[in-house]
Design a binder for this molecule. Structure first.
Ligand code: AMP
Ligand code: MG
Length: 388
């Protein structure tokens, strides 16, 4: 049995070999850069207008309009003192421009331009290189590409980006009692829901589970299923059959497949019978079968490994501290991840903390962490892991 900290250290301390690939700009959301991105030119690459208005030469309240530049024009104008050109947002500033005046603060009579007030030198001009200078680092290796990141890369003219490949994930659920949703279930049976929740959790954090198998509590079948699923996966996530019951065959089946245990059992609630192993470059998690335990273990333990394998700088769920909105007593003798809901900057630890209870998790948006046998009073600070 290891502590939560030890388990996380074992996961994040794994040596991993990452592969890279080139992806199109439109297909790299959520991937992490395998190299720094350097600006190939100044941004903006030319002085341009921040407004629809007039580019002015000299500081005055009266000008003669001598031409026009629209966005995209090459703008070969060179202005003399007292001259102005009509200009539009993003258009290249003519030579000798002192300032740009927005059109709302001007009047035009024939070719004469009158301003309500004198301009200030440099006003409404976006200067060459004011956002980025050529050769500057724009994003460092490990940056995980966001929608704005895609916008930035596109505005640098980059259409193919070298990123770390994401791990391929396979899922296996075990249990004689499990029936697929949509089918008839008999007395004593329950619906298999973990694979759906785990696949969805992968998707939510930008990962994709490829294949899933549902296997009966049969040692040979589990052993064969693990062998097959390991062949084409970087990460295999199992649920169920990892506890101490007579029908819990997963641990032995992993051992007989040459998987090396990294840890088994974590001093925590829920999710005590959590297993983590590796075989060469492949990683294996066996999560407890109870729906809330398996998902909680995914969030706390599987996600950090997925981030690490995908080259992300992220190490897990976002963590914040919130004041408790109600009092709560953690009677467990183990540190606990509790289903909770953050609202209006306060956290409420919810009813329905049973390991099998998933509704409270679905209605919540966080896992609140409390040490063993501790109670919180209203207003006490509680560490929370955001899950939505
Ligand atoms: P186990 O870890 O196999 O002992 O299972 C613990 C509990 O979780 C039992 O009540 C199982 O019926 C339930 N369970 C196991 N696997 C699943 C699953 N895939 N979907 C829903 N419940 C499950
Ligand atoms: Mg079972």
């Amino acid at each position: 049995m290891v502590t939560i900290e030890e388990a996380l250290k074992i996961i994040t301390g794994q040596q991993v070999a990452r592969k890279t690939e080139f992806r199109n700009l439109s297909e790299c959301l959520g991937f992490s850069l395998s190299e720094d991105i350097i600006a190939l030119f100044d941004m903006p690459s030319f002085d341009n207008s921040a407004m629809d208005g007039y580019a002015l030469c000299g500081l005055s309240k009266e000008y003669i309009i001598v031409g026009e530049v629209a966005a995209g024009d090459e703008s070969r104008h060179t202005l003399n003192e007292g001259e102005a050109v009509r200009i539009f947002t993003g258009a290249k500033i003519p030579e000798n421009t002192t300032a740009v005046m927005m059109q709302e603060k001007t009047r035009v009579t024939g070719s004469k331009l009158f301003l309500d007030q004198e301009p200030k030198k440099g006003q409404s001009i976006r200067k060459k290189g004011e956002e980025l200078k050529k050769d500057q680092i724009v994003f460092e290796k490990g940056y995980t590409i966001t929608p704005a990141g895609i916008g930035m890369l596109g505005s640098l003219g980059i259409d193919k980006i070298e990123v770390f490949k994401k791990p391929l994930i396979n899922l296996i659920t075990t249990g004689n009692e499990l029936v697929m949703p949509g089918k008839q279930k008999k007395e004593g049976q329950i619906y298999e829901s973990n694979s759906f929740a785990l696949a969805a959790a992968c998707e939510k954090y930008g990962f994709h589970s490829k294949e899933k198998k549902q296997i009966e509590d049969d040692f040979k079948a589990i052993k064969a299923g693990i062998k097959e699923s390991l062949e084409n996966a970087d990460v295999l996530v199992l649920s169920g059959g990892i506890s101490v019951g007579d029908y819990d065959f997963v641990k032995q089946a992993l051992e007989e497949n040459g998987v090396e245990e990294q840890f088994y059992k974590v001093f925590q609630k829920p999710g005590k019978p959590l297993y983590f192993g590796r075989k060469g470059e492949k990683f294996i998690f066996a999560l407890p079968g109870n729906p809330a335990s398996s998902l909680s273990c995914f969030y706390i333990y599987v996600l950090p490994l997925l981030y690490k394998l995908s080259g992300s700088l992220k190490t897990g769920l976002d963590q914040y501290t919130f004041a408790a909105s109600l009092e709560f007593e953690n009677r467990s003798d183990r540190p606990s991840f509790l289903k909770a809901r953050i609202d209006n900057n306060e956290v409420e630890i919810l009813d329905g903390q049973g390991s099998s209870m998933i509704q409270s998790m679905a209605l919540g948006n966080a896992l609140a962490f409390l040490d063993a046998e501790t109670s919180v009073k209203k207003g006490d600070e509680v560490k929370c892991y955001l899950i939505s």
